[in-house]
Write a protein that binds this ligand. Sequence first.
Ligand code: 5AD
Ligand code: SF4
Length: 517
Amino acid sequence: MNEQQLKQSTQINQADQNNLDRLKNIDSDELIGKYFQATYEPPNLKKAKKRLKKDVDIHYDFSIPADMKEIGTGKKFLIRTYGCQMNEHDTEVMAGLLTDMGYQSTELTSEADVVLLNTCAIRENAENKVFGEIGHLKPLKMENPDLIIGICGCMSQEESVVNRILKKHPFIDMIFGTHNIHRLPSLLKEAMFSKEMVVEVWSKEGDIIENLPKVRKGNIKAWVNIMYGCDKFCTYCIVPYTRGKERSRLPEDIIQEVRHLAAQGYQEVTLLGQNVNAYGKDLEFAYSLGDLLDEIRKIDIPRVRFTTSHPRDFDDRLIEVLAKGGNLLDHIHLPVQSGSSDVLRIMARRYTREDYLELVGKIRKAMPNATLTTDIIVGFPNETDEQFEETMTLMKEVGFEAAYTFIYSPRDGTPAARWTDNISMDVKKERLQRLNALVNEQSKAAMEKYEGQIVDVLVEGESKKDPDVLSGYTERNKLVNFKASKSLIGKVVPVRILKAKTWSLDGELAEVKAEVY
Ligand code: 5AD
Ligand code: SF4
């Protein structure tokens, strides 16, 4: 940042002066050394794998420090969220913390006093987007040195990212990780008064902090964390490093949260975890996701979903409970990643194509109408044409109705990133195109089956494209658009499907309740 410009364009108060001093005196290498020694440990596979299950503490005594309770009065915040539902939900927690400190939310960066970027590290393009946004924020900071800009979420857990920010973007005020979101009030205070960038990224993998305030997005659907972290260490994946070890919330805390949401009128909850099927493995008593869902299905809330599943941990108890139906919806998102057993082995997924198909068979037997969707990575290092074809045949054999498809992206610190790769980007792109064409075909075919049927739709609001149209989702997560009174928003209503598109259904309000779907 140009100090001259900054001085000219603003009146200098103490906070500004601190900022300027910080920018002037910054010695990136020194800073990096200092912060990394104190608070940060880079991803280390060997260390990370030696996780101790037991040293997770659950804290119930969270409160905003007294001197921070009013600090945001008359001020505004904006949080930009990248990535998965876990991040979306973390944003709800940070919004809750800031609201309890007196801040109000805004959609405009120009109005904001605090801007947080809640980042995603899963693929390189997710990171590039964030660095692009950091670039856009620089002129804003120059105009308004009081503005506090923070980087949080998964990217902050990466050594290379923290390095790059310290070196190239010294105007950033704070960086904090995924394990210390609850420290936001104190970190914000430090950032306001500090001359230096505040970096607090814990390599300790995080306790569970209950009772954090939340400002949820909307009052129809809610996310509920059931566990944090992942111990699977798929060889391509950064998540076990950025989110830490698996740790489950206690069943009673989750059940109480869902009951509370039901009492507030929420119509749907999605139970969240990086690998929800591992729920309970770290608890001191025998308890699984199946057991938890068996309790949650008794709560008076119309719809319960869960994500994301790992095929390896998807056990018979869970299938037995899901088959009971009720508010447990028969849509299962079951990432397969590849149709080739050889690729699955080097991905360290710990199942084969045959294991996966056997699991699908069990699910279909117990829930004949279940909709299955998946995640697939193409162009894993050295994936052969034959191996890719196995993914194509698996896609058809299972009959997935939707799939999130990705080109493999090397992630620093993961084993796969160190391997040589003889597959060109052109080949990877071509494979992705072929796979996507198949995914679209299967999605359209699945959609067409709904024409003429009556489905239950949870109405979420006006359609993004046309405010005169309402939109919502079926139990099996199909997007439905139809014209009706806005008074139906937040309700589950029957809709007759008139026309199927590739990714959505058009319909009209029906009089009778849905029977089949
Ligand atoms: N490259 C590409 N896709 C990835 N995913 C996870 N890590 C990577 C990576 N390094 C995909 C997986 C996962 C989804 C959330 O993102 O398919 O299920
Ligand atoms: Fe990543 Fe999911 Fe594998 Fe965990 S189970 S390492 S989150 S892909």
